[in-house]
Design a protein around this ligand. Sequence first.
Ligand SMILES: *Cc1c(COP(=O)(O)O)cnc(C)c1O
Length: 480
Amino acid sequence: MDQSSREHTIRMDRFHSWHPFTQMLDWMASDPLVIERGEGAYLTDAEGRSYLDANSTIWTNLHGHRRKEINRAVGDQLEKIAHVSYLGLAHGPGAELAARLARLAGNGTSLQRVFFSDDGSTAVEAALKIAYEAARRLKGDPSPKFLSIANAYHGDSVGAVSLGQIPAFHDSFGGLLFPVDKVMNPSCYRCPFNGARYEKGISSTVTRKCQWQCLEQIDDACRRREKEHGRSYAGFFVEPLIQGVAGMVVQPEGWLSRACEIVRSHDGWIILDEVMTGFGRTGPTFAFQKAEVMPDILCLAKGLTGGYLPMAATLCSEEIFGAFLGTYEEMRTFFHGHSYTANPLGCAAAQASLDLLEGPHDGAHRSWQAEMLTKCLAPLWDIPIVGDIRQCGLTAGIELVRNPETREAFDWREKAGVRVCEKLRDFGVLTRPIGNIIVIMLPYCSAEREFTLLQQSLVHAIGDFYQEWKESGLNNSARK
Ligand SMILES: *Cc1c(COP(=O)(O)O)cnc(C)c1O
C-alpha cells in the first residue's frame, strides 16, 4: 500500500469508523495500525512490516491466514452461489456441515441437531432461547432461570450479557438485563479461600487445604432455587476448562465435571459455551471431551470457519429439539433466525478448516504445540512482575502483578498490560491484553521459529516494562 492510500484509510477511519470496545477519543488521537495482508501466522501492515498474530485475530484464526485449502474451498463455492436463504430452502454445504459437527461433537447421537447463526453472541442467544422454551415445555417450569459463574463472558447481545457476569457491562446495561444467578468462578490464583502459596514456576492451582467452595456454592445455589421455586435452574451456562475474557482463568482439574454433575443432579441442563475453546484450542477438538462432560447444548463460533467468515452453530440433544416438534397449529416452532443463517461460503470455509483440523493440525500436532508453548513461556517466571502463567492447551495468559508474593495487582491506570503489548508490537508481535493479563494464542501453523520470536519478544517486552516501572519509583510507592 502506498503512503497516500494508507493516510486515506486512516482519515476515513477517523471520521467514520466506530471500533468495538474502544474509547474513540483515544483512538482518534493517534494513527492506528493498518493491516493490509496476512500470510500464515503473520499479518503485514500498510508499510510492509510484519507481525506475529499472537492472539489468532482475536481468537478466530485456526490454521493461519490465506490458507490455500480454505481459499480454494471458498472460491469453489463462489462459483456455485455465495448465499441463499436457509429459511424455506436446503443446501448441500449446510446439511453436510451440520452432519459433520454432529459427528465431531456428539458422535452423531448426543448432539444431533445443529442451528446455525452468525457469531458467538448469536450462538449463545439461540442456546438461551432454546433452553428457556424447552424448559417450559419439558420441565413444566413456568419461569426458567439460569446459573453462570463470576466473570463469565458469553457475548454482547442483551441475552448474552445477562448470562455473562462481567461487572463493567452489567454496570452499563443493567436496566436492560434479566436476572441470572451467579456463583464464584474457580480462579485459584485469586481464590478468596485457599490463599495458595506463591510458588515460582508453578501455575496457581488447588492446594491441599482447598475445600472446593466453588463447587459448594453451585450446590447451595441449586438447593436454594429448588426450595424457593420448586424447581432448580433450567440450565448452567459455562465456558469449559478456561474462561477467556475473565482473564484466561484455567479451571482446576476435575472442577468442570464435578460442577456439571451437581447441576445435573438438580435436573439442570449443561450449556457449554465453546466459542473460544472449540476446535482444538485446549487440545482436543472440544474442551468438553477432555473433561468427559457431555453437554445438552453446545455453542460454537470463532474458530468454526478457521477465522475466515462470521458463522456460528448451536448444537442440541434430540430431547431438547423434540420440545419444538408439533403440529403446525400447536405453534411449537422455534421462532428465531437470521438472514445469513448457514451461509454457504461460511460452510465451505468450515469444511476446509475441519479437514485441516483432522489432518495436518490434528491432536498430535496440537499436543506438540502445547508443549512448545509451555517451554516458550517458562523463562518468563524469572521476571519479578510475572505473577502467574496459566496455560490450557494452546491458549495462555500471563498475569502481571506489582508483587508476586502478595499478588498485589497493578492499578488499571498503570496500564501494565497495554504497555507490554505496545512493546510487543515494536518487537513484531501483536496481541491484546485483558487488564494486566497478556493473552497468547498462536495459529496452529506456528512452528519453532514463531515460538522463538514469541519467547524473545515476551522476555524483552515484559523485562523492559519492569525496568521502566522500577526506575519510575512507582514500585516503592505501593498503595497502603
Ligand atoms: C468471543 C466470545 C463470545 C462472543 O462471540 P462473538 O463472536 O464476539 O459474538 C461468546 N463466548 C465466548 C466464550 C467468547 O470467547
